[in-house]
Design a protein around this ligand. Structure first.
Ligand code: CTP
Length: 226
């Protein structure tokens, strides 16, 4: 099936895990990379859905594709699983929070002793849950693309994620380099396909990175869908 007949679900931005009504754990992801990917999908796929965590309202306002706003990692998981269907591409550019406080206080935690210990528990790994659902529901035609934001041992970690999350492709992002990563308008991405192929992109505006990622997905579709 050609890309133009497929649905694309793109995630972007951070998620938040609340400690109390006024405090949360999160990260500096802005959602720009995800948004550019969703925008790049428009016109190239049948339908685009952008699932995003808390991002600037202006980023999603007036977009022609469907945008679903979520807050926590569990909410993002639920939204992604709801949108999952055969013949689609899922691009997980979001940076979901990996840990959540075990206890969420219903009232503001008051300042007390000098030290405060907060117990955290893992949030669900969305891509791993998607891989499990694909197996359970025999969904062979869901192409999954992940991102790996790394600061050290970058290739080793990215290839580990490609394998452990059963991905078709992973986009490695060395966030320690100038011009790459979170709040930047540019990115430096190396793509690894599941057959071990490596495509190194130079520093580029996120819009161009998004178009290149889609080109790489599209050119591999015949192999991925068999
Ligand atoms: N991801 C996910 N569910 C999570 C965390 C991350 O699906 N709970 C996805 C991200 O959207 C990304 C990929 O997994 O596509 C890798 O995310 P990253 O934050 O780099 O890695 P983690 O799996 O969280 O591992 P670590 O934080 O140890 O590097």
């Amino acid at each position: 099936m050609p890309l133009r007949d497929m649905k694309a679900v793109v995630t972007g931005g951070p998620t938040r895990e609340w400690l109390d009504p006024v405090r949360f754990i999160s990260n500096p992801s802005t959602g720009k990379m995800g948004l550019e990917l969703a925008a790049a999908c428009e016109g190239r796929v049948r339908e685009t859905v952008f699932i995003h965590g808390p991002v600037e309202a202006g980023l999603v306002a007036g977009r022609s594709f469907r945008c679903i706003s979520v807050d926590t990692t569990s909410e993002m998981l639920e939204a992604v699983l709801t949108e999952l269907e055969e013949n689609m591409v899922l691009i997980m550019a979001a940076a979901p929070a990996d840990y959540s406080p075990v206890k969420k206080s219903e009232t503001k935690i008051k300042k007390g002793s000098n030290n405060l210990t907060i117990e955290l528990e893992k949030t669900p790994d969305i891509l791993k849950e998607v891989a499990a659902k694909k197996t359970r529901s025999r969904m062979a035609k869901v192409i999954t693309v992940g991102f790996a934001a790394e600061t050290n041992n970058i290739e080793e970690y990215a290839l580990g994620k490609l394998r452990e999350k059963s991905l078709d492709m992973i986009c490695l992002n060395d966030v320690s380099r100038l011009g790459a990563g979170f709040a930047s308008d540019t990115n430096i991405v190396t793509i690894f396909a599941r057959n071990g192929e490596k495509i190194e992109l130079p520093v580029m505006p996120k819009r161009e990175v998004a178009a290149r990622i889609l080109d790489e997905i599209e050119s591999r579709l015949p192999g991925y869908l068999t």
